[in-house]
Design a protein. Structure first.
Length: 616
């Protein structure tokens, strides 16, 4: 149990902890001002609430921060876990506690609303508080919603005017209408305002619209086909043809939106991806094998919640927000805090439901990259940190790779062998830490031996001087180079540095990222060419290659000076350098006249150089 050094009000809290029952319920933590800062649910209130104060050292830094700010607590006992789930969701929406992870404001998402009027309308809105009615959505973007609204407009005639119509049931008349507007003249409205369409017929139209928005295509298609046949039997062929076109339009829309067997009647699909700061959740509503709508949302973590904790809060919130009728949820794993009485959970391994889960996972994966890219544009540093956290997750590293070092060799037929190392800090080149290596112990073109030498020299020195080691070592090569690095690091130097490799294809382009798994086997980390992680790896590989090649060319250029210019009797390195700076290359020096050479290095040395190349 914590003491007053952590929470000054712990004595009062201890007294309350003794009175909390071991039943399902909801607990609220309040700060010194009486504001609710956290709301949670529990199967066993006594056990859950006490754990915050009894196991303080086991908690994350964010939960420790929460505990330090708790001044008082409240609990509410409920009958079942389902009641606890619903109450928690309502309290979070009411208080919006600081330490609860919450969905983005649903005002940012577009909805379709059937207004609560005697003569309803179908409206587009982002604000559910401004209009009274039945909402359908949210939809992922405005384009999809407008497309659906356009299809419904082609299928049915209904008003979209600003007239305030009211149906007087006693007198059986419309109140508020005057004369038909232009929408009636162009066939978009049957003019219920002047009684050209009865109140019952108008409401029947909106019952059909509701069925389409809910994905109930079968019943409405059967009804429309019967109506078409009845029109044909009565020799109303033009009206029957118009109905046939509407049926085809609806069938095309149903075909486009059907992704699995229509036996998958009414389910919700959830998938999640997360990093240390954010979670990304995708929800798809499926009705009769069709996607009614699908949207993704970003959630900022407050207390380092697990994916299970996030879904336990988000699923009930989305289920209520979207007014879902589904009794089954397809999920990537069993969410422990959601009772089966509330929602039956299915973790599919094959079949149509597995196909739906994979589709949802592709959506949330794409959405995560969109969010990361957006943050990178607004705040490049934040985006790089997120990218490093993703690299940590992909390579199964113990900590975020703040410092990454990468090595590459360069030589020509074993001549002028060199190696180079670059360091990236939080995804950015740290050029002050770049290093060049002259290969000393290797003769001939032996990349493995050269890599052994430079890695040994680099990390033996860091070890002896007690300097900070990198969080990740990358070798520019395949499995062979990785194994050389592993032997030096682990067996020879007895150090712990995670190792990865960058392999190239036949065109010398970055192809794949390699790393070791828990068993010591090399595995490939999948990366698409459009992936930000791929771009980072490609940048590191190109940078170390550029740095190694540049160093190799410098060394080779100095070798050229020694073998051609400094071999001339009486010509030293300074004179040779002056000539190269003036004329650019030995080839150009050979083409110069005696007078041109004299202007650069004086008449005596100019004559020596001129006569030397003339004899050659």
């Amino acid at each position: 149990m914590i003491d007053k050094s952590i929470n000054k009000n712990i004595d009062s809290i201890k007294l309350k902890l003794k009175t909390i029952p071991e039943t399902p319920g909801v607990y609220q933590y309040l700060d010194q001002s009486g504001n609710v800062i956290y709301v949670g649910k529990a199967r066993n209130l006594q056990r859950r609430v006490s754990s915050y104060f009894n196991r303080y050292d086991d908690h994350s830094s964010k939960i420790k921060m929460l505990v330090r700010h708790i001044h008082d607590l409240r609990t509410t006992v409920v009958a079942t876990e389902v009641d606890a789930l619903l109450l928690e969701n309502n309290l979070i929406k009411q208080y919006q506690p600081r330490y609860n992870s919450m969905l983005k404001d649903d005002k940012s998402y577009p909805y379709l609303c059937i207004t609560d009027e005697d003569y309803p309308q179908l409206l587009f809105t982002r604000d559910r508080t401004r209009i009274k009615g039945q909402f359908f959505g949210p939809y992922p973007n405005q384009r999809i919603l407008r497309e659906l609204q356009d299809i419904i407009r082609k299928l049915f005639s209904y008003r979209n005017c600003k007239k305030r119509l009211r149906w007087d049931a006693k007198k059986q008349i419309v109140v508020g209408g005057d004369r038909p507007c232009i929408n009636h003249q162009i066939g978009l409205c049957n003019a219920p305002c002047v009684g050209l369409e009865s109140h019952e017929e108008y409401l029947e139209t909106f019952q059909r619209i509701k069925k389409i928005l809910r994905g109930d295509f079968g019943e409405i298609l059967d009804s429309m086909k019967k109506e078409m046949l009845a029109l044909a039997d009565n020799l109303l062929f033009e009206e029957a043809e118009m109905m046939r076109r509407k049926i085809r339009l609806l069938e095309e829309y149903q075909y486009k939106s059907t992704v699995v067997n229509t036996n998958v009647r009414d389910v919700d699909v959830y998938s999640i991806r997360s990093d240390s700061k954010y979670a990304y959740v995708n929800m798809m509503r499926i009705k009769n094998g069709s996607i009614i709508y699908s949207f993704s949302t970003e959630i900022k973590k407050q207390l380092d919640e697990s994916d299970n904790d996030i879904l336990a809060t988000v699923i009930p919130a989305l289920h209520e927000q979207t007014e879902s009728t589904a009794t089954e949820a397809i999920v990537p794993f069993k969410v422990e805090d959601i009772p089966d009485d509330y929602l039956k959970q299915t973790v599919p391994t094959r079949g149509d439901r597995k196909q739906l889960l994979e589709l949802s996972e592709r959506n949330v994966h794409a959405y995560q990259h969109q969010c990361m890219h957006q943050r990178l544009l607004v705040n490049p540093d934040d985006g790089r940190v997120q990218l490093m956290e993703r690299l940590q997750k992909e390579l199964h590293l113990k900590k975020r790779p703040v410092h990454i070092e990468c090595f590459d060799n360069s030589n020509i037929q074993g001549a002028y062998p060199v190696a180079a190392m670059v360091r990236f800090t939080d995804g950015k080149p740290n050029r002050n830490e770049y290093r060049k290596f002259n290969i000393k112990s290797v003769e001939g073109p032996d990349d493995y031996a050269s890599m052994t030498e430079v890695i040994t020299r680099r990390y033996k020195r860091l070890k002896e001087e007690g300097k900070e080691l990198p969080d990740l070592l990358i070798v520019d090569g395949g499995a062979g180079q990785m194994e050389i690095a592993r032997r030096v690091i682990e067996e020879d130097l007895k150090l712990e540095i995670p190792i990865a490799g960058l392999a190239k294809d036949d065109r010398h382009r970055t192809n794949e990222l390699l790393c070791y798994d828990d068993r010591g086997n090399i595995r490939v980390v999948g990366m698409k060419p459009t992936d930000e992680l791929f771009h980072l790896m490609e940048k590191i590989q190109n940078e170390v290659h550029r740095f190694a090649i540049t160093f190799h060319r410098e060394k080779r250029s100095k070798g050229t000076i020694r073998t051609q210019l400094t071999d001339i009797p009486g010509i030293g390195e300074k004179t040779a350098r002056d000539l190269l700076l003036r004329f650019g290359s030995v080839k150009e020096i050979k083409l110069q006249t005696l007078d041109d050479l004299a202007k650069a290095i004086g008449p005596a040395k100019a004559k020596t150089v001129f006569e030397f190349f003339k004899r050659k």
